[in-house]
Design a protein around this ligand. Sequence first.
Ligand code: SF4
Length: 388
Amino acid sequence: MRQEKKQEKRHLKGLDMPELLEFVESLGEKKYRAGQIFSWLYAKGAGSFEEMTDISKEFRVVLEKVSSVDNIVLVTKRTSSLDGTTKFLFRLHDGLQVETVLIPPEKNSPGAEKRLTLCVSTQVGCPLDCKFCATGTMGFLRNLSAGEIVDQVIQAQRHAGRRISNLVYMGMGEPMLNYENVMKSVEIITDDNSLNIGTGHITISTAGYADKIRRMADEGRRVKLALSLHSLDNEKRTELMPITRKFNVEELIESLEYYYQKTRSRPTMEYILFEGFNDTNGDIRKIVRLSNRVPCKVNIIPFHPIDFVHPSGFAKTLKPTAKPRMEAFVESLRKSNVTVMVRSSAGEDIEAACGQLAVQEEAAAQHRTQTFHSPGSSSRLNPTPQVV
Ligand code: SF4
């Protein structure tokens, strides 16, 4: 007897309005149903069809049959006793896990009561193998869907009990390697009938995909751009960030010039200070020259040691710059009219830096597997890193 093929349910989270319109019409329903579902999914954060109370019961039964509202599930949540930074570890439908970090504003800073920033992940793991990053040690597992990116905002907001006002795409993964889903998530998140976070409150960070920086400029994307710069010396940057082999420093600067000419938006240069590596007077001169060429802001970040990852090789040599040298570095840049911000090291007591918690959890799971199952079982940790 011929077996009837079970039809796959349509995952609704991650669909934009045109896709939802097409979906409801394919079910023979009126167009306004799409708006109702859109608002329930994204503005009201409904986790099931049952919650969608202004949709008729009959239609909810149909929806349940042919589609699903997949939610990412909270595994752990840690809040820093130092500064209130909260790190969430979420499980995805296939059991993989990603991190999302909620960063409260500094106390007494202007507009603090209205500001709450969320750092979202765009990939599970990352192929780029930056030497200062815990996520880089995981290798690449997969891209997140637009729905999984949006859901990080919905779930974090629900757990925080407060509206998220600012978003940074700086969690696990390289956003430019998941460009389509990242931009789709931005379209959904910025919609008035969804989470309604303004494009000016969203920053997308890249480790250095010059081609995608140009693409963002060509497409007139109104989100902000950040570049993980960390060195303006090709050799040093290659050691620190192997992606430099694909797009060297000069190509990057040219793409930033192009971006600024097209958008008139000043990109932010993220710069982690490493003792004796990129904190010399020569490095200061290079940053000043860059800022004269491309109007930009420089964000100085203290290094957050990743001691639990057991860094090997070059990563082992990286040390944080001491505070007096960091202050002198910042002062010199300011004297040369560079716009500098210094990021406080958020959530140091909860492993809030990118990938730390996921790697810890992964290592713990691996330990459990090795202890209780076969000693040689395969691990998702440390697959061969590659530059994409
Ligand atoms: S810093 Fe970003 S791009 Fe580099 S390995 Fe980590 S997650 Fe990937």
